[in-house]
Design a protein around this ligand. Structure first.
Ligand SMILES: C[S@@+](CC[C@H](N)C(=O)[O-])C[C@H]1O[C@@H](n2cnc3c(N)ncnc32)[C@H](O)[C@@H]1O
Length: 440
């Protein structure tokens, strides 16, 4: 196994190798960085979560006759720009053409910062022609950009576990203090960590996070099973901070105390509960099922999914009753929706364009969100099951089951560190009396 080394430079070969593998290229589908779960679940759920904050930041900037200025810390190949520019108005009508919040006249600047030159080059080759998009090499474990001529910024952004590269809390606290200082009046800060209690790394759950602040994260997920095992000894490893809500609040509180600026947690969000990348590798949980592969398949056009592969068998971990209760509740809801959809498909008569017999009623005792998703699946099967062209099961029903499951997991998440990612939105407001980083 590669020896652990926490420095920023030491972590870079992992990303360089990923770029060279070609699997960081935007091919999407069943495998690789931009697989279907990333595209249709993770990016979209992050967009939904960030929408109100981006909207507020835009309105605030506009009320001051300014355009929005964004800095993306750990931008990689500018995925953050793609993510943010895809955030849509909440209630956009079907007929509306302009649905994105971050239109050309709203954006002042997007600055991408990363330590990895290969990724920065990829970003420049994609966006270098746009003068509003600039990129700079810097190490964020050394603090925020000193003497940066491009600020002040309204939105300090990070995505997909980037804050977990602060394997020493001191560098995260210092960065937040620097951001507080660099903020002119008001800003939002998006911090994105690896969730401490993701089911993927069940082996690593602990009651005493101080004993295991970081995990040895192996970048095995970018390969399929055979290649992963063939390369096992040469796979890249990263040292990444695992984060729970309580630990994140402590970091923010300390930054607020030191900087003497109001830094408040607005909201936490668990992204990818049960569908993180290491569900498929099973590297940190002997009971992990390849659920991400199954969800990827749901969203792959022209490909039929074995829906039984979606049935979850959550294995409780002794000594963690609160986590077990949460996961078991979610598992029951998830499985109920999958099984109901399987039953709907079995009952549907494509020739007669109706169910052979009435599907079982949705129990009134089920959580309302689950009931809503079950009813939605029934409407979908009834509406398109008879279309015998265009592969209605593969291309309409299965992706809609994917969205229903996404909605369910999004609605039932608790922002505690139970997803692959824990995303936090912080608000810095220099006009507000200083607080110790509590939740609003
Ligand atoms: C998990 S990737 C996320 C990339 C991208 N933001 C995305 O959403 O896909 C983490 C990124 O942080 C960068 N990074 C890691 N340590 C860094 C450091 N100390 N300073 C600056 N960038 C760093 C990596 O090069 C990589 O691009």
């Amino acid at each position: 196994m590669t020896e652990l080394n926490n420095s920023g430079e030491a972590q870079m070969p992992a990303y360089s190798e990923a770029v060279k593998s070609g699997l960081y290229a935007k091919r999407s589908g069943l495998l690789g960085k931009y697989d279907n779960v990333r595209k249709y679940w993770e990016d979209e759920n992050t967009r939904i979560f960030l929408r109100p904050y981006l909207q507020q930041a835009i309105e605030r900037a506009q009320s001051r006759m300014r355009r929005l200025r964004i800095v993306d810390l750990g931008c990689g190949s500018a995925d953050g720009y793609e993510l943010l520019s895809g955030i849509r108005f909440r209630d956009a009508d079907l007929h509306q053409a302009q649905v994105e919040l971050l239109s050309g006249d709203v954006l002042g600047l997007y600055k991408g910062v990363d330590l990895n030159q290969d990724l920065l080059e990829q970003a420049r080759s994609l966006y270098g022609g746009d003068p509003k998009l600039v990129f700079q090499q810097a190490d964020f474990t050394q603090g925020f950009l000193p003497a940066d001529p491009d600020g002040p910024y309204d939105f300090f952004f990070s995505s997909f576990g980037t804050f977990s590269h602060h394997s020493d809390d001191e560098t995260a606290i210092q960065l937040l203090c620097d951001i507080a200082e660099a903020t002119e009046e008001h800003s939002f800060v998006v911090c994105d960590w690896l969730g401490r209690y993701s089911y993927e790394w069940w082996n690593l759950w602990t009651d005493c996070p101080r004993d295991l602040p970081n995990m040895d994260y192996v970048v095995s997920y970018i390969y399929d099973r055979a290649e992963r095992e063939a390369r096992r000894d040469s796979l890249q490893h990263l040292t990444l901070r695992l984060m729970s809500r309580e630990e994140a609040e402590a970091i923010v509180g300390e930054a607020a105390r030191r900087s003497r600026v109001s830094i408040e947690v607005r909201q936490f969000f668990d992204r990818s509960v049960f569908t993180g990348r290491h569900m498929d590798t099973g590297d940190y949980n002997p009971y992990a099922q390849p659920l991400r592969a199954a969800v990827n398949c749901l969203h792959e056009s022209n490909l039929r999914t074995r829906l039984d592969d979606l049935i979850l068998d959550y294995v409780p971990k002794p000594g963690f009753p609160f986590l077990n209760a949460y996961y078991e509740h979610l598992q029951m809801a998830w499985n109920a929706l999958v099984k109901y959809t399987i039953e709907l498909l079995n009952l549907y008569d494509e020739r007669k364009r109706q169910f052979r017999s009435q599907p079982p009623p949705v129990p009134a005792t089920y959580p309302s969100i689950l009931r809503e998703m079950m009813q939605r699946m029934r409407s979908i099967v009834e509406s398109v099951g008879w279309l015998n062209s265009g592969l209605p099961r593969e291309n309409i029903i299965e992706p809609q089951l994917g969205y229903a499951l996404r909605y369910l997991t999004g609605a039932l998440q608790q922002g505690r560190g139970c997803g692959h990612g824990l995303v936090g939105v912080l608000e810095i407001d220099k006009a507000r009396p200083k607080t110790a980083g509590g939740r609003r």
